[in-house]
Ligand binder design. Structure first.
Ligand SMILES: C[S@@+](CC[C@H](N)C(=O)[O-])C[C@H]1O[C@@H](n2cnc3c(N)ncnc32)[C@H](O)[C@@H]1O
Length: 315
């Protein structure tokens, strides 16, 4: 578990800092295993800045269709510009991929040839201090992928009970010191609200039972991951979306999921296994595919990636 979170730290600390830059992870493998073909209808559930989507569009040709979903209105705005030459073939939908059935139903689409999930947040979101995802920069404690989400990180940190915060840190961050950090947050907010990413970072550091210096990841890494997952209800969305995906795949169509930490990868692994046991799908790879060394050097965010692929069986 620790080693997986070490990689999470690398994501936070070494993502390329060029603004509006997001290098797609494992693009060759995604294309090879998702296998988009001429005229296909493909759903990209996590458009981000459209890196994978662009590669898919080039494969499906001018008569293929791409349905691109993202919770983040800003990402979709930017992707529209990036994919300008392909706009006739694209349907962009701002929303949670957990509503895949409503999204596809609304477009009159009954089945599709492939579905991609590239989970988590993009460098574009992480690098913008105003979005409040990163403890490396200072900004408001926000962490909402969807700016219309009524609950932000500020709300979690300043209004959830000590027990609720501790449970979030334990369950979504696998944070050993969850009780201490939750207690320190509650102490601090009794003086004044914890309002910024730096304030939360400092509270976490104060809560640690040791002096900083030798840890392999920054002590705030797990807390930030946990609160982000809670704010965006990431694991619930993933569970719901995977079940809906299977319903919409044509027989022999594929689903590819890129996960970046053990909690989300476990959900994908278990879901695919359940489908396989029930004879609904086959696993294309038994173990998740990992990025090569070269890619990890060029794009540190790729280091923690695990790609799983399943194909729907002919019923
Ligand atoms: C890692 S980025 C995707 C990057 C993209 N593949 C690319 O190549 O540019 C993940 C994106 O998924 C979006 N996202 C995460 N969870 C989501 C959800 N439940 N529903 C819709 N979009 C989501 C985030 O807002 C983010 O833009």
């Amino acid at each position: 578990m620790i080693s997986e979170l070490v990689v999470e730290k690398n994501v936070e600390e070494t993502t390329p800092s060029k603004k509006n830059n997001h290098i797609p992870v494992m693009p060759q493998e995604v294309l090879e295993y998702l296998r988009p073909r001429e005229n296909d209808v493909i759903v990209d559930c996590t458009m981000g800045l459209g890196g994978h989507a662009l590669a898919i569009l080039q494969k499906i040709g001018p008569h293929g269709r791409l349905i691109g979903i993202d919770r983040d209105a800003q990402s979709l705005k930017m992707v529209r510009e990036r994919l300008m030459p392909y706009l006739d073939q694209c349907h962009f939908v701002q929303g949670d991929f957990r509503d895949l059935d409503r999204t596809l139903g609304g477009l009159g689409i009954r089945d599709v040839d492939g579905i991609l999930f590239d989970l988590g947040i993009s460098s574009f979101q992480l690098d913008n201090p105003q979005r409040g995802f990163s403890f490396q920069t200072d900004g408001p404690l926000d962490m909402r992928m969807d700016q219309n989400n009524p609950v932000s990180a500020f709300d979690v940190v300043n209004s959830f009970s000590e027990q609720e915060i501790a449970a979030i840190l334990r369950d979504y961050g696998e944070e050993r010191w969850h009780h201490r950090i939750a207690r320190q947050i509650v102490r601090q907010r009794a003086v004044r609200p914890v309002a910024t990413t730096q304030e939360l970072r400092d509270v976490v550091v104060q809560a640690m039972p040791y002096r900083r210096g030798h840890e392999r990841i920054h002590p705030a890494t797990r807390t930030f991951q946990a609160i982000r997952i809670a704010v965006n209800r990431e694991l619930e969305s993933l569970e719901a979306a995977l079940d809906k995906s299977l319903e919409f795949l044509k027989p022999q169509a594929r689903i590819a999921v890129l996960a970046f930490h053990s909690l989300e990868d476990r959900i994908v692994k278990q879901k695919f296994r359940t489908w396989a046991k029930a004879g609904l799908a086959e696993l294309i790879v038994k173990k998740p595919l990992r990025p090569g060394e070269k890619e990890c050097l060029e794009n540190p965010r790729a280091r923690s990636a695990r790609l799983r692929i399943a194909v729907k069986r002919i019923s």
